[in-house]
Design a binder for this molecule. Structure first.
Ligand code: GTP
Ligand code: MG
Length: 138
């Protein structure tokens, strides 16, 4: 079993879709073992997306992620990292497969409803940015 880090992004929280996103996650067999709703600060968002800081959309991305509350989560299950990437669907919802969270709910490549870690190594780093061990109950 494995853990991955997830964020339900502002476009989804604003449309009251937290429960619907969680239903897709749970139907896929992933367990939500930690969850908290937060308002991300500018500094938190800049640090979280640091790998993208040279990208042209970085400013827009940070502005979007701080524009409304997000829900940060830890998901647990067999192959959780790869499985959640599958459940999320492609970054651009126009390319996302049927039944994926982004196909169902995303508005655009920027406002794409969810984040999921892209490797086990990054999952550990990202989980530690938002949760202490005692806040994760498997
Ligand atoms: P994350 O799980 O959020 O990391 O998405 P991803 O791994 O599918 O995509 P990637 O890491 O390449 O990009 C990170 C995030 O930047 C995306 O989820 C989008 O929210 C945003 N992003 C990527 N490309 C664009 C773009 O062309 N324009 C805008 N506005 N945002 C983008
Ligand atoms: Mg990514």
């Amino acid at each position: 079993t494995e853990r991955t880090f997830s964020i339900i992004k502002p476009d989804a929280t604003k449309r009251n879709l937290t429960g619907k996103v969680n239903a897709v996650i749970e139907d896929a067999g992933l367990r939500i073992v930690a969850q908290r709703r937060i308002q991300m600060s500018q500094a938190q968002a800049e640090k979280f997306y640091e790998v993208h800081k040279e990208r042209p959309f970085f400013g827009e991305l940070v502005e979007f992620m701080t524009s409304a509350p997000v829900v940060v989560q830890v998901l647990e299950g067999d192959n959780a990292v790869a499985k959640y990437r599958e459940v999320m669907g492609a970054t651009n919802p126009e390319q996302a497969a049927e039944g994926t969270i982004r196909k169902l709910f995303a508005l655009s490549v920027g406002e794409n409803s969810v984040h999921g870690s892209d490797s086990l190594e990054n999952a550990k780093i990202e989980i530690a940015q938002f949760f202490t061990d005692d806040q994760i109950v498997g």
